[in-house]
Design a protein around this ligand. Sequence first.
Ligand SMILES: [Zn+2]
Length: 469
Amino acid sequence: MLIQFLGGAMEVTGSTHVLSTRKSRVLRDAGLFQGRRAQAREKNETTFVNMEPVDCMVLSHAHIDHCGNIPLLVKNGFQGPIHTHAATKDLCELMLMDSAHIQELDAEYLSRKLDPNDPLIAPLYSEEEAEASLKYLIPHQYHERIQLTEDIGVTSYEAGHILGSASHIFDIKEGRRKIKVGYALDLGRKGLPIIRDPEQLTDIDALVMEATYGNRRHKDINQSEDLLAGVIRRTYEKGGKIIIPAFALERAQEVVYTLMKLYNKVDTNGNNIVPKLPIYIDSPLACEVSKVFGKHPETYGEETLELARSRSKMYMSEYVHLIGTVEESKALNDDPRSMIIISASGMCESGRILHHLKNNVEDPRNAVVIVGYQAENTLGRRIVDRAEEIKIFGKMYRMNAERVVLNTYSGHADSKDLLDFAKNVGDRCKTFVLVHGEEKSIMDLAANIQAARPDARVLTPSRFDIISI
Ligand SMILES: [Zn+2]
């Protein structure tokens, strides 16, 4: 059997893999490329134009770099089933409609800057096109085996990354040979709030695995509370605002959960450990996503069910305000009080977060707190890399606000988790394929896996490469 990597190889975004035999072809994920605008657009537009038709698709989870190109897949003629977890199906409906909306706003903005005689820039896909693609999603549960084609089946497992996220084992029949290929991307980590820990894949011949944090360790999840408490106290004393760019999916909810824990804590003298600043969640999508969480208690353990109940309560807290309209969002700018604003997109590429950054980064009383992974060539990454100036809507702004990076919230396995996962997969596995990471991260993890498993081959494919298993 063969696997071709159409995206997400030697890079983090655009995950798109094709598994093929002589008889059938299955697509795993159809992710949106993000990063430099023109380059990402070119990759997104061409991925499926040159792809031979596939019989069906298997979708791992609802992050846009894994599902965001489904409307383009359908636009290019795909009409097969897209098998996924029931929670992912529900989340995808929100994520794809939101993505289409962003594409439309983006195209409109770029078209406005054109010469009146130039043709208008079309969105990558429209809201109608996104909606038309949703009917192909078929909901399933973990551990259910699906016969995808005559010779390829798949079983999904808890990936512990976000709600509904799945790792997979594909079982392939090639003549008398039976091959099992494991997919662990995106792979989560133990101890994340809300979702279950990832399940270990075993008894497979090959493992395709992510390497986002292939050469980095995360700080302890519990440290996030102290770091967050510190920045709240400092910013309050200066009379500033705290801006938190967050992915609408999971991170926004986890940050609010931690803030509520801090607000309920007192020191030995009975004083609050942080000032209870008002929290504004300025992301209509984040609010919608929270509702989907309530719909899927089947994905929670007992302990997390309890969390889910407190989660719905926390949104009713007197300190948490959900922002709906653009006017309400703009009004935050004129409000002189110290406050916390949580807004999407998580990598600061689009959405309302751009307005909050533009209005606040030049004031040294303010703070920007980064809580998620920031891909290369995104605005979020430039903030993490301590750029002195950042460009928003074509204008440069001096970055005078305090910068705090909390990678404790990452939903991805770190270098130790990944190496452990590769070791625990068992001796039957003779091929390790590392994808979904930047080059350095992939190469460092590859060296560590090779050292632990000298008998196995460790592959690090690039875009369009084909490997044989
Ligand atoms: Zn993901």
